[in-house]
Design a protein around this ligand. Structure first.
Ligand code: FES
Length: 169
């Protein structure tokens, strides 16, 4: 028998959260329902973002890093706005003090976009997150679903250049 979790408050009064909650309830709040639940979020809101992923993670009791991994790995999910590749930079305190703010600035400069945007050629979407539950790996960056522990500016920059080329202006 699946234990019923203490209820996680809905992120807002938006009625669409009720749809998401109904899907989770239908699946008994099982972790195995993650993909199904993320589909409901995407169908209801059009995309997945930090708030929805965090809500789903707490409700299904799944580590937020795993939820981010799944959400950014499968092509049928889009983090707003969707690009061919996704780079999530954790700006939670643990990562920020280890330099993730600088990393984010470097990526924004490199790709000529701000967090929450996609390059005009659709190659890269840049997403800012709060703590993704991998603080011991700070600063944490998730690239196409894979957590990069102790992300180094050089390595991230190299990867970005492979995707967006040298002239992304
Ligand atoms: S603050 Fe970045 S993983 Fe926790």
């Amino acid at each position: 028998m699946q234990p019923y979790p203490e209820s996680v408050p809905l992120p807002s009064a938006d009625k669409r959260w009720k749809l998401v909650e109904a899907t989770m309830r239908r699946h008994g709040y099982k972790a195995s329902a993650l993909i199904e639940v993320l589909h409901t979020v995407q169908e209801s809101f059009g995309y997945l973002d930090d708030t929805s992923l965090r809500f789903v993670a707490s409700s299904l009791r799944i580590p937020i890093s795993k939820v981010f991994g799944v959400a950014t790995y499968y092509h049928f999910f889009s983090m707003k706005p969707p690009g061919e590749h996704t780079c999530v930079v954790c700006l939670g305190t643990g990562c920020y003090v280890k330099g993730s703010g600088e990393l984010m600035k470097m990526i924004e400069r490199e790709a000529h976009i701000c967090a929450g945007e996609t390059t005009p050629d659709g190659k890269l979407s840049l997403v800012a997150a709060r703590c993704i539950g991998s603080c011991s790996l700070a600063p944490a960056v998730v690239i196409d679903g894979e957590v990069i522990p102790r992300a180094q500016a050089n390595a991230v920059q190299e990867q970005l250049r492979r995707w967006i080329g040298h002239d992304s202006r």
